[in-house]
Design a protein around this ligand. Structure first.
Ligand code: F6P
Length: 357
């Protein structure tokens, strides 16, 4: 049966979004279906002119590129929509349903993180046939073993540690590197372990600055006059996260600054020259690794097979070696690092300080 499906990318971008768009479009074209791309996440469904046909030509050669050809926003929740400058969110979800029907669509593929999956779940309850596709560099989405974008972010952060190592050693300095990870420290943990960090700080474990300084001083005494500290942006110093900007209506607060704050405290306590740096969006913007491209491509194709099966309200997910589906309700739950996670235990076995002892 000929169908017309739409695809949208919402929330913060993640390397692999273009690969998923390409894969879904190719799989749909092979079935003789039409594909529309919706620009700027769910916000694009508030205006039917925000859609573009995804033909073979405009998806050619994009799988290796970062970003998303459809654009994205993390301010596009149609259930609490706020135009720039507006302060009171409005529920515009009925317009999304109306536009979906007016465009003659048979299904919507939503690529996004936990926020996008929650919205997808609510839109499905309003009658839109939806299949979710998980993405986020933070890897903090339950229901899937991993999200695409994570591997690329870890690679960027781990390579940054490789570059800092020799200069830290040469100048006998401490470096505190801030990586992304708002509620979960997956990037910090994996980059820290792979990049040989001495201290790894994650949102799941409150930071005791004394413990961090003790580790640095221990290294000093054993003749290691430099240290590398990796801190997730959501790590809690004295029980609180460090915020750069309060939340705007319809948005979330902007975290940032934990590395700088911690570097000052380490310098004060240990007397060591301590520098900080923030990797920020370098972790999000680059070309996806081969692993992320493959996960994204498999998710795109699996989502189209799911549309063909006629079962909606689910998210495609990786349960190695399979790609399967989980209910959207389950998918939107946050996945933080369990304290008995094997990589946490490994870090402790290697003597890496996790900020608590
Ligand atoms: O969710 C992905 C993420 O990169 C978080 O780690 C980070 O807190 C947030 O997005 C930053 O979003 P923005 O680019 O909108 O400031």
């Amino acid at each position: 049966m000929k169908r017309c499906i739409a695809i949208t990318t919402g929330g913060g971008d993640a390397p692999g979004l273009n690969a998923v768009i390409r894969a879904a479009a190719l799989a749909a074209h092979r079935r003789g279906w039409e594909v529309l791309g919706v620009r700027r996440g769910y916000a694009g469904l508030l205006n039917t002119e925000e859609t573009i046909p995804l033909t073979r030509d405009n998806i050619r050669g994009i799988a290796h590129q970062g970003g998303t050809i459809l654009g994205t926003t993390n301010r596009g929740d149609p259930f609490a929509y706020c135009e720039r400058g507006e302060t009171t969110p409005r529920d515009r979800s009925d317009e999304v349903v109306k536009n979906f029907r007016q465009l003659g669509l048979d299904a919507l593929l939503c690529v996004g993180g936990d926020g996008s999956m929650r919205i997808a779940h609510k839109l499905h309850q309003k009658g839109i046939p939806i299949v979710g596709i998980p993405k986020t560099i933070d890897n903090d989405l339950s229901g899937t073993a991993v999200t695409f974008g994570f591997d690329t972010a870890v690679k960027v952060a781990s390579e940054a540690l490789d570059s800092l190592h020799p200069t830290a050693e040469a100048h006998e300095r401490v470096f505190v590197v801030e990586v992304m990870g708002r509620y979960a420290g997956w990037i910090a943990l994996h980059a820290g372990v792979s990049g040989g960090a001495d201290v790894i700080l994650i949102p799941e474990i409150p930071v005791n600055v004394d413990a961090v300084c003790r580790k640095i001083q221990e290294r000093e005494r054993s003749g290691r006059h430099f240290s590398l500290v990796v801190a997730a942006e959501g790590a809690r110093l004295d029980g609180a996260t460090v915020t750069r900007e309060e939340a705007k209506p319809g948005g979330v607060e902007r975290l940032g600054g934990v590395a700088e704050r911690l570097a000052e405290r380490i310098a004060e306590r240990t007397g060591k020259e301590t520098r900080s740096l923030v990797l920020g969006h370098l972790q999000r913007g680059g070309n996806p690794t081969a692993r992320d491209r493959i996960i994204a491509t498999r998710f795109g194709a699996a989502a189209v097979r799911q549309v063909e099966s006629g079962e909606f309200g689910v998210m495609v997910a990786l349960d190695p070696p399979q790609v399967l589906t989980v209910p959207l309700a389950e998918a939107s739950r946050m996945k933080t690092i369990p304290l008995d996670d094997d990589t946490v235990l490994t870090a402790r076995d290697l003597g890496i300080c996790l900020g608590d002892e």
